[in-house]
Design a protein around this ligand. Sequence first.
Ligand SMILES: Cc1cc2nc3c(=O)[nH]c(=O)nc-3n(C[C@H](O)[C@H](O)[C@H](O)COP(=O)(O)OP(=O)(O)OC[C@H]3O[C@@H](n4cnc5c(N)ncnc54)[C@H](O)[C@@H]3O)c2cc1C
Ligand code: SF4
Ligand code: SF4
Ligand code: SF4
Length: 1011
Amino acid sequence: MSDLMRPIPFDNFIDWIFAEYKKYGTIFGIREEKFYRNESGACAEMFNEKLATPIGPAAGPNSQLCQNIVAAYLTGSRFVELKTVQKMDGEDLRKCVPRPCINAQDEGYNVEWSTELTVPEALDEYVKAWVALHVVGCELGLSTAAGGAEFNRDFIFNMSVGYDLDGIKSEKIDGFIEGLKDASQTAVFRDAIAYLGANVGRFKNVDAAFVSSISPNVCSSITLSTLHGCPPTEIERIARYLLDEKKLHTYIKCNPTLLGYEYARSTLDAMGYGYLEFDDHHFRHDLQYSDAVVMLRGLQDFAKERGLAFGVKITNTFPVKIGNNELPGEQMYMSGRALYPLSLTVAQRLSKDFGGKLPISYSGGADAFNIADLYSAGINPITVCTTILKPGGYSRLTQLACELEGQQLPNQVDVSALELLVGGMRSNRNHLKSARPVASRKTDSKLGVWDCFKAPCKNGGCPIEQQIPEYLKLVADGKNNEAFEVIAVDNASPAITGVICNHACQSKCTRLDYDTPLAIRAIKREAVLAEQDKFIAKLSAPAVRAEKRVAVVGAGPGGVAAALFLRRNGVDVTVFEKRERPYGIVSYVIPEFRISREMIEKDYELAVKTGVKFEFNKEITDIAALRGDFGFVVLATGAWGKGALNLAQGEDKLVDALAFLEESKAKDCNTQLGKRVAVIGGGDVAMDCARAAKRAPGVEDVTIVYRRTKEFMPAEPEELAEAEADGVNFALLLSPVSYDGQTLTCEQMEFTARDTSGRKGVRGIGVQTALAFDTVICAVGAQVDTGVFTFNGIELNARGGVKVGSGNETSVADVYVAGDAKSGPSTIVAAIADGKAIAADILRKLGLPGDFIKKDLPQDAELLYARKGTLLQPHEGASEGCRCLTCDQLCEICVDVCPNRANIAIVVPGAGTNPRQILHVDGMCNECGNCGIFCPHSGDPYKDKLTLFWTMHDFEDSTNIGFLPLGGGKYKVRTEGKAVLEHNAGDGKLSGEMAAAIAAVQAGYPWLIRQ
Ligand SMILES: Cc1cc2nc3c(=O)[nH]c(=O)nc-3n(C[C@H](O)[C@H](O)[C@H](O)COP(=O)(O)OP(=O)(O)OC[C@H]3O[C@@H](n4cnc5c(N)ncnc54)[C@H](O)[C@@H]3O)c2cc1C
Ligand code: SF4
Ligand code: SF4
Ligand code: SF4
């Protein structure tokens, strides 16, 4: 592992491209079906050059290396904004850039800025890429004239320089600018042309005449990037220099700080990004809007006099404080969907002031959902970064290119169209934080060297590991009966969970990083409604195969699950329930407007028909009395104890949440609460209380009182939204102190700095607020009544909960605990998971096999590859499953998201069970960390996957498991156990997987090896 990227010589580079393409139909892992061909052949013009699509990578990680630019071109980029260069480069710059340096989990962040290569190396990379694009475009017919087959250059390279005039005038940067204006005198261009000339025989379409026609004029345009705080006079001087002396079409990158602090703060707050921390100092010190307008007008005239194009690049990234360990350091630069409202507003304001006549090159949260709107408003070109750092990677560009093909570009910016976009942006779902409320999709599993594909929805998301991709596919295929059978294998309460499961699976879904998570719960409900009754009708109780019987205490979801899974596998089970109906909290407390009796009944019927016996109105206190008849006892008694707020006065006047909800449900919401009701708490129970109170006769308003703000509420976003839709009010940053039956006195709170876990604290500010309420409901967390445990000699842990061992067994042998009784208030599916684990443990003790059978449903790999990189709106109904990426059969997210193509999916016959294994190429990686953000395991692909090294220095500088080819069939290897040894093919020193992988690279991917 090393952050040093090693540029690939041009001859190796061309070898690699065409050898990989010939053998696998891919280039740098980009599959042929994602290659973009402008079918219409229509081209726009810019800087007197042709441009087939107005899109490309923004100056940044996706345009740093030659292979990045080729990958971007293949997928449809025709406007390549080369990564910025500045005087400080190479090692000097790398020393200042902490690692990891990119985090594109949601809105993007980075702590890197200009090229990490030396400036001469960057020049070489860009020239190589320029020549390579000609060769690839010609050979593969990707850049052709309208209606023709002949190569017709349709792409533009735009250089980007920073940051001050002295630096730009320095010999190093000047050499770079001149080299890109005319590369004919550079060794890299000459060598590339000479190499191609000597090797035309290996191409079909590239001949000597074509090679000699490749223009050395790589760039005729430049984008100026300046640092925050750069004085306007300096910006203007540089722009004039670039126009006048360098004779380049010039665009100036604008900063979002042009909008002023108040606008940026209020917009980001309104859209849910209130947690972004920044103060007004950049806004005060950066170029001010009115100065910018004057300067831009002057420069526009100056450029016009010289016959050159002039415009603005909107916008640079936005500096914010690193507040939550997103990246190392103190300040990072924000991009992506949260930048969109700021960039869009800068575009709109400048367009308005210039009557639409100021050309705008755009970057700032553009993606497949908004690019057509931006383009049809006259914005062109549009470059992207954050979207292509997410799963799908470069192949997202194909969709962008197709989206714009054939669209008319107005001849100037359409001010009113931009105004409309700005008007709608605060309610544009794709840009609101609430569209992706999840912090990380990563799960706890360790990332192994081999066989890593996983579907995080089922492994890591769903506590009962439901076979989600399988049932999504079956429902999409119209096979609801099979889908329901698959669901029923792992889920004892399909109907209830189909309606009110907290669906943790959806917060791990890979589609969250594309567009919208799969509607996993709704699809389950679809299968339930279609099939559960039929399934139950066919069901009969299996024969009892064990002598020992099981008693379950409590008929909530946890108890029913343990009972059903055991009975299904041949164990006689009786459930004792103290109330008159099954399903505990779900049945007695959760409001009817959230879950109907009919759905609860379906799940009860499922258990009854499986053969579970229920005895209602039977409270169990003495377990010993049961033990004569039952070999095992499962305690699933829930958490029904009153929550405590510890008010200074008036605790006794508070109404307990569970007691209120139980009464409300029993009386069909006809409770007597007075006119004004407060609910204290910010979780799901508080939302249910507020919504139930809203329905009580005579209630005029209901207010949720919470000590933080909405964005920190633990309630599911959907539940919060439902409460808002019901008209519930919110009194935030208030902590209750006392209640006298009429007045709730609260202390006002303020946020404190984040603690080491990154969570913001709150503290009272000593100011009190008095609020009038007729009823105050306390919904701050129910308690487990541990009486039944202590009475029966069951040990508690230090936190006062039940001490459990493996399989949820308590300190008393063969006595188990499940659900809320074990963990405190939790979820239905967590209770079912406990029931499943207990059933498995008891079956093991009884020597009975469990029937938790996994469905084998292989999917067409080509279809899954085709789904990658395409953003889709959710589908209505059964076909929603067609959006599923089936991540356990095809992951390769680390391959998608690596800007440098340093992770490669290779076929390794005989290693593991996945069709492909991941190979990390050390010399192409700069440890940006992006693959680690998106890998669904807890590890980082760039550290944990099998690594191919190119030099001894890199091998020795790393601790990665991997190998260095030494030539002559010899390798230096760091094994899975981290032993370092020399290996010759067939010497038996390595694991089977390692030996197979090395042999596979040597035989199947020889272009990867450099000596
Ligand atoms: C208002 C509210 C809303 C919720 N909404 C959701 C939601 O939308 N999604 C979600 O996943 N989770 C939700 N939950 C949580 C979920 O309901 C619980 O986590 C789940 O019901 C726990 O199941 P359980 O089997 O452990 O306990 P319970 O459902 O509490 O069942 C325990 C059962 O044991 C019985 N019992 C207790 N003591 C004895 C005894 N000594 N002898 C015999 N019987 C006894 C009780 O009568 C009860 O029937 C919500 C909880 C509340 C309070
Ligand atoms: S895309 Fe499909 S398989 Fe992947 S996490 Fe989402 S539901 Fe699961
Ligand atoms: S392998 Fe990972 S860390 Fe390395 S450059 Fe690629 S995404 Fe970044
Ligand atoms: S992201 Fe890469 S390393 Fe992680 S599971 Fe997917 S294929 Fe494996």
